[in-house]
Design a protein around this ligand. Structure first.
Ligand SMILES: Cc1cc2nc3c(=O)[nH]c(=O)nc-3n(C[C@H](O)[C@H](O)[C@H](O)COP(=O)(O)O)c2cc1C
Length: 371
């Protein structure tokens, strides 16, 4: 079955619209991303620590998206087990997210190389040239996160074959710039050079369509997949997501320049307040000389990983960190990955037809421009 038929089957519930034309329009926009990923759509499910295990990755891939395993909390042996599950389930192409400051970073790359993982998404900081070299030696496609246009150029020169631009609306650790601004800055400059995937605050197919129209090769969504049946998040974590509005997903900032921290977006609760008192006590210890700056930064990172474990795995959504993007307000119920992807595609097709982008004249122009 070709991918257009595949997509058409997914949205056969739409009646009375010219689905073929709309899908061809979408297809022409994300073809580069799809080919790069080896996936039937340009919809990625971003890695989420303790949420994106093999079950979610498989669910996303079987539904036509591109799933990414989160290895942030994993030892090499554990990562190998998740990959083995995916291979034995004949998952098809999927990605692995590696955090560049992970203490076993090279061992994790070696595991991915041994199992011939096709794509690695390098998060948590700027990857070094040596890291890109190591991925090249295994023939793994490196994808990097670009927080600005200047860094995006540098990452491509260093060896990134595709980029994810993740804006401030996203869940988890975030940069200072919004998704819209990053997209306007980066897509016109680099969208033709390498596939660029947009992430942060996207929960609806019309949002995906808008970034495709700006030159993206696809979009990465995280929060939207947290409440799927395949997601490994605790029931209480999923319920907190369903109750939340966009404004509940707040940023926790650093309180003093003496202790630079990466802001984290999560649902407001006792953990977001505790983060402020933790910073005060770390700063006091640094001033007293009983703690180095590096050790202080590590303490802050451990706070977040411990708090995320408490919420995602143990279900303590009061004291743990319920990391969530502003897109959380668009999640209304628990669904399967299949239902989420079908809904997103349906919304994209409706967006194309509403804008009359798929009218015969525009369709022909589009095809000609594409050729
Ligand atoms: C609970 C949670 C955990 C996350 N963990 C990671 C992670 O381990 N590595 C990573 O690169 N991004 C992580 N992210 C970011 C997602 O991969 C994705 O880029 C982000 O959720 C997109 O924004 P959205 O939530 O608005 O869709 C996490 C996000 C959430 C909500």
């Amino acid at each position: 079955m070709n991918t257009l038929d595949f997509l058409k089957n997914k949205i056969s519930t739409i009646q009375g619209q010219d689905i073929d034309r709309a899908l061809s329009f979408i297809e022409a926009r994300w073809i580069r991303g799809k080919e790069f990923l080896g996936s039937p759509t340009g919809i990625l499910c971003g890695a989420m620590t303790w949420v994106s295990h093999h079950e979610l990755v498989l669910g996303v891939c079987q539904a036509g998206g591109f799933g990414i395993l989160a290895s942030g909390s994993m030892a090499p042996k554990e990562l190998a087990l998740h990959i083995e599950h995916l291979i034995s389930a004949r998952c098809g192409p999927f990605g692995v997210n590696l955090i560049v400051f992970h203490p076993n970073f090279q061992d994790l790359i070696d595991v991915c190389g041994q199992y011939k993982v096709s794509h690695i998404f390098l998060g948590g900081g700027l990857p070094s040239n040596a890291m890109f070299k190591s991925l090249n030696s295994y023939n793994i496609k490196p994808v990097a996160f670009a927080p600005s246009a200047a860094l995006a150029q540098r990452l491509i020169r260093s060896g990134a074959q595709a980029l994810v631009i993740e804006g401030n609306e996203a869940g988890g650790h975030v940069g200072p710039v919004t998704t819209q601004v990053l997209a306007q800055e980066i897509l016109p400059v680099l969208g033709k050079e390498v596939p660029v995937f947009v992430a942060g605050g996207i929960g609806n197919g019309r949002g995906i369509l808008s970034y495709l129209l700006m030159g993206a090769s696809g979009c990465q969504l995280g929060s939207r997949f947290v409440c799927t049946h395949e997601s490994q998040a605790h029931d209480a974590f999923k319920e907190a997501f369903i109750r939340a509005q966009a404004r509940d997903a707040v940023l926790s900032y650093g309180i003093d320049e003496g202790l630079p921290v990466i802001p984290v977006r999560a649902l407001a609760n006792k953990a977001t307040k505790q983060f402020v008192s933790l910073q005060r006590s770390v700063l006091a210890d640094i001033e007293k000389g009983t703690l180095s700056l590096e050790a202080g930064k590590m303490k802050v990172e451990h706070f977040w990983s411990g708090a995320l474990y408490r919420a995602v795995v143990e279900g303590d959504v009061e004291h743990g960190s319920v990391m969530a993007g502003q897109s959380v307000g668009m999640i209304k119920s628990r669904e399967s990955c299949e239902e989420v992807i079908q809904t997103l595609l349906k919304e994209m097709v409706e967006g194309v037809t509403d804008l009359q982008l798929g009218t015969p004249e525009n369709f022909i122009k589009e095809k000609v421009a594409f050729l």
